[in-house]
Design a protein around this ligand. Structure first.
Ligand SMILES: [Zn+2]
Length: 451
């Protein structure tokens, strides 16, 4: 029998606090839940209060599927993000397929939950049940697993972000398999949940878009605009439309000045003040979620300020991670293992990653600027940890280079923006010239703006 695995940690994040923390579930609700999941029958006779345990996090997720309120009229999107076919009661869908949730003692790296090709038991990995995952993420994973019961196994993609990763893809979103459910649940939360914190809404949208882009052999069609996000020294954020006269629009403020690292369609803020922790950044003053943005960020946040300052930059690909330190690169090239390799810059000092070909999670090498002006390439070509001088040259030492749509944009150390066109560079005038602290690509989505 084929085992259907759900490999989710390649892009999913953890959140530090449950939406239901320090709350209780009424006896009536507990009796209702136990009437379907007999594993909870000894909890059916009284109110249940969350205590951070695995059981509490299972029940919180079931409650999330039972209670999350959505708009009455959920129109399909004009793209492939949301068809609405899984939008009726999530709880009814789930209990129609799953009647037992079995918590495993341990699971392979990257696996959050799984089902077999028989029976109605969902096996849940301990990683999913820590407080570093939210009920939102778990509810999406549980719905994904339930879809497998209908007979939708995964395939191994021949191309894209999950190329050759065993059973981590579906063919196309319109087939309505488990990853279609993943995309639809996050898109539904982002667009139609009536009582969702704005930061969680933004988080859900970016997660839906990342899955849509990465988990299908034929990438799902997502109507979006590629923009450049600018952070000013004043902490103001601006969205620049690079296709439309570089027009800028205010987007609220960042809570701290810092470096923005991409993780799929998510942005992670690494504050310049190294006493502060790294966390997701959302635009339009949406606020924050107490959240660990993946293993590399958890590790970073566990360190002292002095140790944090040694990390210069971070690249999070779909299947590998490169940590750029001042004197070395640490590369984890195997998506199924925690093993990592250090490669030294041999005396030169790393300055930062240059996304000359764009931030893509499929590329196996990217570029890093060093203090001497020599550009190195780093990555995992053929699965091998690699750091070597590159033949690529730029006519000045840029702080950042990003590709937005078909335009290559660069930021200088004195806060000026340029467009690079082959060997030509042209200044781009902005209202914050000389005061631009950071730039990063940032998508906006038609589905969210449509009324
Ligand atoms: Zn799956």
């Amino acid at each position: 029998m084929k085992i259907l695995l759900s490999a989710i940690s390649f892009i999913l994040a953890g959140m530090g606090s449950s939406a239901f923390a320090a709350e209780c579930v009424s006896q009536k609700e507990m009796a209702e839940i136990a009437s379907h999941f007999s594993q909870f029958k000894n909890l059916a006779t009284k109110e249940y209060c969350y205590d951070g345990s695995q059981t509490a996090n299972l029940i919180a997720t079931v409650m999330y599927m039972r209670k999350t309120a959505f708009a009455a009229d959920m129109k399909p999107s004009q793209d492939e993000l949301f068809s609405g076919r899984f939008a009726q009661s999530w709880y009814q869908y789930f209990i129609g397929r799953i009647d037992e949730m079995d918590v495993q003692a341990s699971c392979p790296k990257g696996v959050g939950a799984f089902v077999y090709g028989w029976g109605n038991t969902m096996y849940v990995c301990p990683m999913m049940l820590t407080d570093s995952f939210s009920a939102i993420d778990r509810a999406s994973v549980f719905m994904h697993e339930a879809r497998h019961i209908d007979g939708f196994p995964h395939i191994t993609c021949r191309s894209g972000a999950r190329k050759n990763l065993a059973g981590a893809c579906d063919n196309r979103i319109s087939d309505g398999g488990s990853y279609a459910v993943t995309v639809e649940t996050y898109a539904q939360l982002a667009k139609y949940a009536t009582d969702l914190h704005p930061a969680l809404r933004a988080y859900s949208m970016a997660t839906a878009a990342t899955y849509a882009e990465e988990t299908f052999e034929v990438p799902a069609r997502v109507n979006h605009q590629d923009n450049l996000l600018l952070m000013a020294e004043s902490r103001d954020l601006f969205l620049m439309d690079v296709q439309n006269a570089f027009r800028m629009e205010a987007q609220g403020q960042t809570p701290a000045l810092g470096h923005l690292v991409l993780r799929g369609q998510h942005m992670i803020l690494f504050p310049d003040d190294k006493a502060q922790t790294a966390r997701y950044l959302f635009t339009k003053n949406a606020g924050e979620i107490a959240q660990s943005a993946g293993d590399a960020v958890v590790e970073y946040n566990s360190k002292s300020a002095a140790e944090r300052s040694r990390l210069v930059d971070l690249h999070i690909a779909a299947q590998w991670v490169g940590k750029i330190y001042t004197d070395k690169v640490n590369l984890a090239c195997d998506p199924r293992s925690a093993a990592a390799t250090d490669l030294s810059f041999n005396g030169v000092t790393a300055v930062g990653i240059l996304y000359i070909n764009g931030y893509t999670r499929t590329a196996d090498v990217h570029y890093v600027m060093t203090s001497t002006g020599t550009i190195y390439e780093f990555g995992c070509p053929g699965g091998r940890p690699t750091l070597r001088p590159s033949s690529v040259k730029l006519d000045q030492r840029y702080k950042r280079v990003h590709k937005v749509g078909n335009k290559v944009m660069a930021l200088t150390f004195d806060g000026l923006l340029y467009q690079i066109n082959g060997t030509q560079e042209a200044p781009v005038k902005t209202s914050i010239d000389g005061h631009i602290h950071e730039i990063v690509p940032h998508q906006t989505y038609q589905f969210l703006e449509m009324h």
